[in-house]
Write a protein that binds this ligand. Sequence first.
Ligand SMILES: Nc1nc2c(ncn2[C@@H]2O[C@H](COP(=O)(O)OP(=O)(O)OP(=O)(O)O)[C@@H](O)[C@H]2O)c(=O)[nH]1
Ligand SMILES: O=C(O)[C@H](O)COP(=O)(O)O
Length: 241
Amino acid sequence: MKASGHYGTGSIWAVVPVKRLAHAKRRLSPVLSDAQRACLALAMFRDLLQTLTELRELAGIVVISSDPLVRSLARGSALLLEDAQEAGTNAAVGQAIRFLAARGHYDVMVMPSDIPFARAADLRMALAAQQDRAVVVASDRRGIGTNLLAGHGLHVMGTCFGDDSFRLHMDRICSAGLQPNILQSPGLRWDIDTPDDLRIDPRLICSPAGRRTLSLLERFSASGYVPTPGPELLAPMPPAW
Ligand SMILES: Nc1nc2c(ncn2[C@@H]2O[C@H](COP(=O)(O)OP(=O)(O)OP(=O)(O)O)[C@@H](O)[C@H]2O)c(=O)[nH]1
Ligand SMILES: O=C(O)[C@H](O)COP(=O)(O)O
């Protein structure tokens, strides 16, 4: 494929849709200003992109966005697709996975841009779990949303990101006669959607992933916009990490 971007040795393409920053994270508007939400969305995306670029096991990364800043920061690491419609997550993801399928790339790993704590090890697990006729799914920590969906031929199955997406994806995988492979990993479970999600799990604080996001949240908290994190935030990671 002829385009700028990051190209590894594998066959699976990572796909990340990114909304225009000015419209991002509306559910955080009770606690963060417009500018803060845009900065947070950008920090989370950059953390995830950095981790993805460490994964030589990927074929490459596709970022689909109309946001000029997102596009300029991703240039050089990802293949950029313009999201002219801006018609929501599924439309953007659909465009990206059809683009790849049309070029003979059927293996994809789709993630929202708000999972900054996803570690390279988590994503490697997802890549390894993606086998023939298996679709890998990781939910958010509430078991309601989908933080990762990976499989072969997802452009045929389609995606159902949005309300209750984990259940909808599971239904769709089963109806398609595919095998759901559910991935449980703390780094993948923590997306940041609501004010409650800003109280970051202490186990994530020492994670190698999410550094920009954490440092931004610390700055917000110092300026009094979000609840000040307690001392538990500095607790060491448990041995499992
Ligand atoms: N390219 C593109 N990405 C989108 C669009 N809508 C949402 N996304 C991305 O899809 C993922 C899930 O987005 P949402 O939950 O709808 O939006 P959000 O900004 O995370 O949060 P809210 O505004 O609070 O709903 C994130 O990576 C978004 O940036 C869109 O219209 N185009
Ligand atoms: O289920 C979903 O739609 C995903 O979790 C992505 O969206 P989010 O930004 O709401 O996490």
